[in-house]
Design a protein around this ligand. Structure first.
Ligand SMILES: NC(=O)c1ccc[n+]([C@@H]2O[C@H](COP(=O)([O-])OP(=O)(O)OC[C@H]3O[C@@H](n4cnc5c(N)ncnc54)[C@H](O)[C@@H]3O)[C@@H](O)[C@H]2O)c1
Length: 365
């Protein structure tokens, strides 16, 4: 459950709410904040699917608007009927491999799309009483690049490695600049890799689960010893909410899973194989041979790790979902939701898989 928003907060905008994190965030807001109406704006790109909003659309306080952030005029017409108090900007092109194949699409949405959103709210909020207004921009640990030991924090230097992380870095700078230059009440959040239900099946956990279930090779980049500090999507959603509630405008907050960055991608794949073999009632050793080491991703960061102490001290946030149980439930969710899997694996996904797998390398987050 999320904390109650202050009474002035009547309407919020969630961009990218038909995607993985945005849709989980919307469900939590609707469950815990009955007085708040939620508008989801999403272009329904390959990564967004209305099926992710299945329970939200039944809620009387929910509305969906289809619009593309890259279309500044269309964005204005889509948002004008509303009067938003808080904005949560999740929408982005999020797949690193796609950003390597088609950097321009990623840069357009992540940089120009964010600029259009900022411009819209600069025009709408600056003449109003904005004491309680907040625009929370969701960024990623990837903007800091790889770290061998220790942790990155809110003040670490940016050193993005991929077109995806570089475009997120660009959007972060715009968000901060709109605070500094125009006084727009922005805040930024950075988080480690999320896991949980409804993640697009081109990302590591759902991809490996589907492949294991179907007896297909599990493409592991390089030696598979890349380290990620996995954060449950509900913990991340709570952190984003606390940022709007308690964060200081113009500042940013890091959220990590608190695993001390010890879990490798190969560990994750092995845990998935354990869960899938139990589901199929076979020995895990029968599936181990599916692990296929493939050529490493270009510019692949070795390790990500964030320090969440500021979020703990100023927002009262700590991760609540233990990795072992959260991870087991997540894999179980994918195994128990074959219809969702089918629904989100549209033509674009199949085209993408065939393009990515026609080369001797795999594709995941
Ligand atoms: N998933 C993670 O592990 C992770 C980690 C760190 C940060 N983040 C950040 O969190 C945010 C959400 O990530 P996610 O995993 O839910 O992504 P996702 O790819 O599942 O969803 C992105 C959503 O944005 C929408 N979208 C894309 N382009 C758009 C456009 N031009 N206009 C309007 N909508 C558009 C898509 O349709 C989709 O619904 C992103 O900003 C991402 O950078 C994600």
């Amino acid at each position: 459950m999320l904390e109650r928003a202050p009474s002035q907060v009547k309407q919020i905008l969630v961009t990218g709410g038909a995607g993985f994190i945005g849709s989980n965030f919307i469900d939590l807001v609707l469950e815990s904040n009955h007085g708040v109406s939620v508008v989801c704006l999403d272009s329904l790109s390959y990564a967004g699917n209305v099926v992710n909003l299945e329970s939200a659309v039944k809620h009387p306080n929910f509305a969906f608007v289809k619009a593309d952030l890259c279309d500044g005029d269309g964005l204005g017409s889509a948002l004008d009927p509303f009067d938003f108090d808080w904005v949560f900007h999740f929408a982005a092109e999020t797949h690193v491999d796609r950003s390597i194949h088609e950097p321009k699409i990623t840069v357009m949405t992540n940089v120009i799309g964010t600029l259009n959103l900022l411009e819209y709210f600069r025009g709408h909020w600056l003449n109003e009483d904005q004491c309680h207004k907040r625009l929370v921009h969701i960024s990623t640990d990837e903007v800091y690049g790889s770290i061998q030991d220790g942790l990155f924090s809110e003040t670490s230097r940016y050193k993005p490695s991929s077109p995806y992380s570089a475009s997120k870095a660009g959007s972060d700078h715009l968000v901060t600049a709109y605070f500094t230059t125009f006084g727009l009440p922005t805040l930024t959040t950075w988080c480690t890799n999320n896991y949980g239900p409804r993640q697009h099946p081109e990302k590591l956990i759902p991809l490996m689960t589907i492949h294991a279930l179907e007896g297909k090779p599990l493409p592991v980049y390089g030696d598979g010893l890349q380290v990620r500090d996995w954060l449950h999507v509900h913990d991340h959603a709570a952190g984003v909410w606390q940022t709007a509630l308690r964060g200081k405008v113009g500042e940013g907050y890091c959220f990590s899973g608190g695993l001390e960055s010890t879990v490798t991608n190969l560990d994750v794949v092995n845990q998935i194989l354990g869960a899938v073999s139990a589901h199929l009632k076979v020995e895990k050793s029968e599936l181990d041979g599916l692990i296929t080491h493939v050529e490493d991703r270009l510019g692949h960061d070795r390790r990500y790790a964030l320090d969440s102490r500021k979020a703990a001290a100023e927002l009262g946030w700590t991760p609540k979902v233990p990795f072992q149980s959260g991870f087991a439930k997540t894999v179980e969710w994918y195994l128990n939701n074959p219809e969702w899997m089918r629904e989100v694996q549209g033509t674009d996904y199949k085209d993408w898989l065939s393009r990515n797998y026609s080369q001797p390398k795999g594709g995941h987050q």
